[in-house]
Write a protein that binds this ligand. Structure first.
Ligand SMILES: [Zn+2]
Length: 653
């Protein structure tokens, strides 16, 4: 950079211009550069095989002390090649945003036929690495160290002393320019001695501590993560369908007979719902851990799921207690994704590689309908009780009945939230809204289903759509994409209606009414009671906090810390925000019971006086509220079995 002494500029200006204050500055022409066009140096993917041949991938996953994975890839190059661009996966299926953990990819070294060569990161696409090497080179060796997080603040923990969740996309590179299904490779991993390994990859063999699999494509590799660990137990839950659980303590790995029956029933009910299976085998890869970072991620032939310690062994009297039950529908949720999301995928969400951005516009189908189908699968199989499932529907309905952000932000816009907010906490979620396409999407599909059932007097339902739309050739774990118009056409062939308008009104329109109509058509109504429904009670017990969203408009931990406030609600209008602490209620030290008693007593005119601490300052707030405790429930209105009851009733004989 070359600079001009500032004095000479000032002097020149003063001499050149009339002696009028201010004008000198106004007439200075600001320096104004011209944009340099961005040159695209990374090739777009085409549907041709990677010409070099099969890539070898070996991951050394034995360094438990440092939580480090060391990868070596041998990448054959086609004759005459002298340059290669390698990519690190950025956009991963199921993540809904560009969150590839490239910051943890370190220690990069590349060799051309054994000789170290330089590398250069692309200055625009920073997930791309360019290599140049002598023509005639036969093979590039890539070495890298994936420094996985050692503390939760650095990212999701994927390795502990007893457990590992190995995702190949985190520790491998792939050649740019080809559909990932066209890149062939042969993977192997060296595991800590004595560990068990589970994955959907085919042809597993083991020699010493090294586990190898058949040649596969990069697409299948990325879709086939590994769960591994010191303590492992596997249960057959269907034909070629297994539940593979890993834990820090072998005592966690027990299922009661009724619990195992519910897992098997989940597979049976899924088959009955969709009519076919878009996989040749399926593995639940489950970590029972609160040390490993939480996960619930769908794959075509497997899923990675974490459950809290105590979940499997908590089954009693034919069910999980509410404090575990509220979260176990992650099992049917991720299973449903094999049909909805993996096999049937929105055309613009499907991408040929992990570089092209995924467009989220139809996530209210991808996630919303998955969230919808997991409800009946959980209730039908017995994974959850019907009461807990009704409580879950009531909780979403109550939230949307009371969400100021609906006024400005249509549901469709929340599909971009994983990109814009990257799943971080927000100060006013009820105003900014979050990933509402899950639960609001589910309520919209409930309405569609209940409407078809009502209009056809029970002859047709959204289950007919499911069989039509998701129907697959058994074992086809490819992808079949769809557009909005194709979705609407299949809805119309089940029950003729203006589905395009139905969906536009609910999905694409800001300030749409909360989608509660499905509950009413299903023979229930949304009511408020002074105690939490089983779903909410389970969450309150597990996370030890008080959910006052529907009364004072806030949630509070057992220590009195405010963790969320409803925009324009009572707490908000008393200047209470997240991060503040309620030290005392009516002169008594804060506890959930003291708070609940005060809210209840206020119905008869007693005060609610809160001592609030923010940073170092204390203040007293008198809350003017007489509505008592309020929690959403579904209350039955239908005589006999309503359509919502039918939805949740088992289908298997
Ligand atoms: Zn999902």
């Amino acid at each position: 950079m070359k600079t001009t002494p500032i004095r000479s500029i000032l002097l020149a200006s003063a001499l050149a211009l009339p002696f009028t204050a201010g004008i000198a500055q106004a007439q200075t022409t600001l320096s104004a550069p011209v944009a340099t066009p961005i040159e695209q140096t990374v090739p777009d993917a085409v549907d041709t095989p990677y010409p070099g041949g099969t890539i070898g991938i070996h991951v050394d996953a034995t360094d438990l002390a440092h939580r480090v994975f060391r990868t070596e890839q041998t990448i054959p190059v086609a004759a005459g090649t002298s340059e290669l661009t390698l990519l690190y996966p950025e956009w991963l299926p199921g993540h809904h945003g560009p969150d590839g953990t490239i910051d943890a990819l370190n220690g990069l070294e590349f060799y051309a036929d054994g000789k170290l060569i330089p590398w250069r990161r692309d200055n625009v696409e920073v997930y791309a690495f360019h290599l140049a090497f002598p023509a005639g080179t036969k093979e590039i060796t890539a070495k890298m160290v994936y420094t996985s997080p050692v503390t939760g603040s650095e990212g999701r923990i994927v390795m502990t002393d007893e457990l590992m969740n190995l995702q190949f996309n985190q520790m491998t590179l792939y050649p740019a320019g080809h559909y990932v299904r066209q890149i062939k490779l042969k993977p192997s991993v060296t595991m800590p001695t004595g560990w068990a390994t589970a994955t959907a990859l085919d042809g597993q063999t083991q020699s010493g501590d090294t586990v190898s699999w058949d040649e596969t494509s990069y697409q299948v590799l990325v879709d086939s993560p590994i769960m591994a660990g010191k303590y492992h137990k596997s249960w057959e839950i269907g034909e070629n369908e297994t539940f593979e659980a890993f834990a820090h303590d072998p005592e966690e790995l027990e299922m009661k007979p009724g619990e195992l029956d519910a897992m098997k029933a989940m597979m049976t009910e899924a088959g009955l719902l969709f009519g076919s299976r878009p996989f040749d085998h399926y593995e639940f890869l489950v970590a029972i851990s609160d040390e490993l970072g939480g996960i619930g991620l769908e794959h075509h032939r497997s899923t990675e799921i974490s459950l809290r310690p105590g979940t499997l062994t908590s089954w009693e009297d034919g069910k999980y207690p509410d404090k575990f039950g509220f979260s176990v529908d992650v099992l049917p949720h991720e299973l449903v994704h094999s049909w909805n999301g993996k096999y049937r995928r929105p055309a613009l969400t499907w991408t040929p590689d992990y570089r092209e951005p995924m467009r989220n516009d139809l996530l209210w189908v991808y996630e919303g309908m998955t969230q919808y189908w997991d409800l009946p699968l959980a209730a039908r199989s017995g994974i959850n009780t019907k009461e807990l499932t009704l409580g879950e529907i009531a909780s979403s309905a109550g939230n949307y009945d009371n969400e100021p952000g609906r006024s400005w932000r249509a549901l469709i816009d929340t599909t971009y939230d994983p990109i814009t907010a990257n799943r971080k906490a927000k100060p006013f979620t009820t105003f900014s809204r979050s990933e509402e396409y899950y639960n609001e999407g589910s309520l919209i599909w409930l309405e569609a289903d209940m409407m078809i059932r009502t209009q056809t007097k029970g002859k047709k339902s959204l289950e007919d759509f499911a069989k039509l739309f998701y129907g697959a050739t058994d074992g086809d774990y490819g992808e079949k994409t769809y557009t909005f118009d194709q979705l609407v056409a299949d809805l119309n062939s089940v029950y003729p209606y203006d589905w395009a308008q139905f969906l536009r009104d609910r999905v694409y329109t800001a300030n749409a009414p909360a989608p509660l109509n499905g509950i009413e058509l299903g023979g229930y109504k949304l009511v408020y009671k002074d105690e939490p429904n089983p779903f909410r009670k389970g969450i309150e017990e597990q996370y030890k906090y008080l959910y006052l969203r529907y009364s004072l408009g806030m949630s509070v931990t057992s220590e009195g810390k405010v963790t969320g406030v409803v925009w324009d609600g009572i707490a908000f209008n008393n200047d209470i925000v997240s991060g503040q602490t309620i030290e005392a209620v009516n002169g008594k030290e804060y506890s959930a019971d003291v708070m609940k008693e005060a809210i209840t007593a206020a119905k008869d005119g007693a005060p609610i006086e809160l001592l609030i601490k923010r940073d170092d300052d204390y203040r007293t707030v008198s809350i003017d509220y007489t509505g008592g405790l309020r929690y959403p429930w579904l209350e039955k209105t239908a005589k006999g079995e309503g359509y919502l009851d039918k939805l949740l009733a088992p289908k298997r004989k």
